[in-house]
Design a protein around this ligand. Sequence first.
Ligand code: IP8
Length: 256
Amino acid sequence: MILVKLGGSVITDKGRYRTFDPETTGRLAQEIARTGQEVMVVHGAGSFGHMLAKEHRLHLGITEDPQLLGASQVMSDVRELDLAVCRQMSAKGLRVVPLPPASCAIMRDGALHHLYLDIFKEYLELGMVPVTFGDVVRDEVRGLSICSGDQLMAALAHEFKPSKVIFVTDVDGVFTADPTQDHNAKLIETVDEKVLDALPRTERNVDVTGSIFAKIRYMIGMATLTGECLVLNGKIPGRLEAAIRGEDVIASKVVS
Ligand code: IP8
């Protein structure tokens, strides 16, 4: 099984509230479908999640009653995104089954405490493609928490030991500096803990589930659970498909 995360930056316009990119998502779905490989898909929330979640401070837990309406709106928004993603995927022949985390996960103080993994396994065995996503989820300590796609990726990688884990983003991989700001930024071919510690702490679009550094830390943790862990650019046609097929592509390889 290959575990793929479609990052929020590739399926939405992160700067514009609730803006979906159907062309890119549809093409990525087609690339996955063409390989005929067994996959599970996680997608980020992008502008359907982070903006409103930040406005209502949902990542800090529930301390005031009005936050609940905000949480409910974010939950509706990310479900709308998921529906749009799943529609693109099924149009390309992928037999998707949406598994919303709020219905199959419990958080404890911001950490993913329990994920009902059997449901993923059973749908996969049936020949379907489980699709889950960053969501607002019940938290035993905080009331509600943001469950990120990366937390879900880690839990799924831990349980299913995928042959490959692929993070699809809007840049070629992990860079020495922010490539959108710094033209001298260089792609890092192999990322490990040492490389992560040496990266400059300048950040773009820090969102409610943490910076790029938090994300890379999750990936490093996952690298021991899979044959290969890649970060690649989904805006470039063909890269995801080539990576799934095991061809050499421009990407960063994450190792533990
Ligand atoms: O985009 C965030 O998930 P991510 C989920 O995978 C929400 O970090 C609701 C903001």
